[in-house]
Design a protein around this ligand. Structure first.
Ligand code: FMN
Length: 259
């Protein structure tokens, strides 16, 4: 049986290394003019671009996103604030659809690439979106996954997971009260396939772009959100039934009407 990893036994990494693992990562993954950058791409083994659940409980078609409306961008930037308290008002499916499109939706097909609302290093799109749904029109409570190419939601787990997600977010109450919590994971091989260890930099940057789009889209719809980086990774990985290695949680954002 695999040994339970604790602070002291963490993968056999010496404490002096652990103390500066971030510093080392930053140094080791630098691009330098004097070092070669790898040996080309293994096209035969490029990872899949999309995660599709083959047997979800069911699949929901999302309303078509509005690509015309919205407030003036600079006003939205001026107004945007992290909001941590939400009203019990239900979020419409139309608005949820708008948020999913604004974060990860496909906006253009060009030369074999399906480009999305947010940029991604190498157009590799390692980030997946899950939703913990608490209070969204016509959606049962539970866990959903965004099926990007079809702009659909896959219902993967039914139930009330407010307590679990709040506990996993270091007991932050906003995750309990939100109409929905966006959970962003990375399928790490999508990025490592090209960038090796440096790919981790890009996964986090990609997630930041996605969350940035969410924050402005939320503001435009009169909703509110707050990002969460303080989380117990493996509690969320377990909740989503992902392994925490090939696919791991990166970031959360709580969404709802402001109180
Ligand atoms: C990477 C990241 C992680 C964050 N994690 C949390 C968090 O765990 N809990 C929280 O209350 N706010 C979190 N925030 C929100 C910040 O506290 C907030 O952005 C900051 O106070 C600035 O306020 P503003 O967003 O209203 O401009 C996070 C923000 C970022 C960008």
């Amino acid at each position: 049986m695999e040994e339970k990893q604790t602070e002291d036994t963490l993968f056999g990494v010496a404490p002096e290394i652990k103390e500066k693992i971030g510093d080392l990562y930053q140094k080791i993954t630098k691009y330098r003019r004097d070092s070669t950058m790898g040996s080309g791409l293994d096209w035969a083994n490029q990872p899949e671009t999309y995660k599709i659940y083959q047997n979800p409980l069911f699949v929901i078609d999302l309303p078509h996103p509005d690509k015309e409306g919205g407030e003036n961008l600079f006003k939205l930037i001026q107004k945007r604030r992290s909001i941590r308290e939400y009203s019990p008002k239900t979020v419409s499916l139309k608005n949820l659809s708008q948020l999913l499109w604004a974060t990860q939706g496909i906006t253009e097909n060009f030369q074999g690439y399906a480009f999305r609302a947010a940029p991604s290093a190498g157009a590799l799109y390692p980030i997946e979106t899950y939703l913990i749904v608490n209070n969204v029109e016509s959606l049962d409570r539970g866990i959903y996954h965004y099926r990007i190419p079809a702009h659909q939601l896959e219902f993967i787990k039914s139930g009330d997971f407010r307590k679990e997600i709040a506990q996993a977010a270091l007991e932050q109450k906003m995750a309990f009260c939100a109409a929905s919590v966006f959970v962003w994971t990375a399928l790490v091989e999508r990025s490592k396939w090209k960038y090796r260890q440096r790919g981790y930099r890009y996964m986090y940057l990609d997630a930041g772009h996605i969350a940035g789009n969410l924050a402005l889209a939320v503001e435009s719809l009169g909703l509110a959100c707050c990002n969460i980086g303080a989380l117990f990774d493996d509690e969320i990985n377990d909740l989503l039934a992902i392994d925490g290695e090939e696919e791991t949680v990166i970031y959360l954002s709580t969404v709802g009407y402001p109180r």
